[in-house]
Design a protein around this ligand. Structure first.
Ligand code: ATP
Ligand code: MG
Length: 182
């Protein structure tokens, strides 16, 4: 499974509909400072519900809506991630999977919606689908700026925990501990 395309609509600096294609092996994004490279990564974290607003570099979720200083601010932002699922890593009968998140600003707050192949679902559903493809909020699928430094300054025991998590050993350790306690 891999990301084929990301589609932005009113998300952060993407004021109109912008589609960004990705390759199946390796994609790099380059551009001048402030051109929106990191905003693309923020879009992935947003659409897949992998992070809170802080790690997407916003005070609150509604700050993620495109906010031009000149004209009117739109009332919503949307990010759609199109995956190639021809290896069926996500257990659905579809070669292509689309995960979409939309936030709508209201007078008093905001609403957040998730869609899986066009069907309205909960964040928990999204996490369950992604977990089958080994994508989790606690996982290291997205390595943020500063994460590497953090890993270097960890104690050996903390670092070992991360390696166990990535290797999938922790799951069995947890199961073993539960069984021992029974
Ligand atoms: P660098 O090379 O410095 O890391 P970058 O390409 O990663 O830069 P980003 O941090 O992705 O750049 O983009 C920053 C830009 O996004 C800023 O110009 C900022 O004004 C703009 N931006 C962030 N949030 C919004 C928003 N809600 N509406 C409009 N523009 C926004
Ligand atoms: Mg950046």
């Amino acid at each position: 499974m891999y990301i084929k395309e990301i589609e932005f609509l009113n998300f952060k600096s993407f004021g109109k509909k912008v589609k960004i294609p990705f390759f199946d092996d390796f994609t790099t994004i380059s551009g001048p400072n402030g051109s929106g490279k990191s905003n693309i990564i923020d879009g992935i974290l947003f659409a897949l519900g992998l992070s809170n607003s802080r790690t997407m570099r916003a005070e609150k979720l509604t700050d993620l809506i495109y906010n031009p200083d000149s004209s009117n601010k739109p009332q919503y932002a949307q990010v759609k991630i199109r995956f190639d699922n021809s290896d069926n890593e996500m257990p659905v009968e579809a070669d292509e999977v689309e995960i979409t998140r939309k936030i709508k600003e209201t007078g008093s707050g905001y609403y957040s919606y998730f869609y899986f192949n066009g069907k309205s679902v909960s964040l928990k559903d999204i996490h369950n689908y992604l977990a089958k493809a080994k994508v989790t909020p606690e996982g290291y699928n997205v390595v943020m700026q500063g994460d590497v430094t953090q890993i270097i300054t960890m104690t050996p025991v903390e670092r070992r925990k991360i390696i166990d998590e990535i290797a999938g050993v922790s799951e069995f350790d947890n199961k073993k501990e539960r069984a021992m306690n029974e």
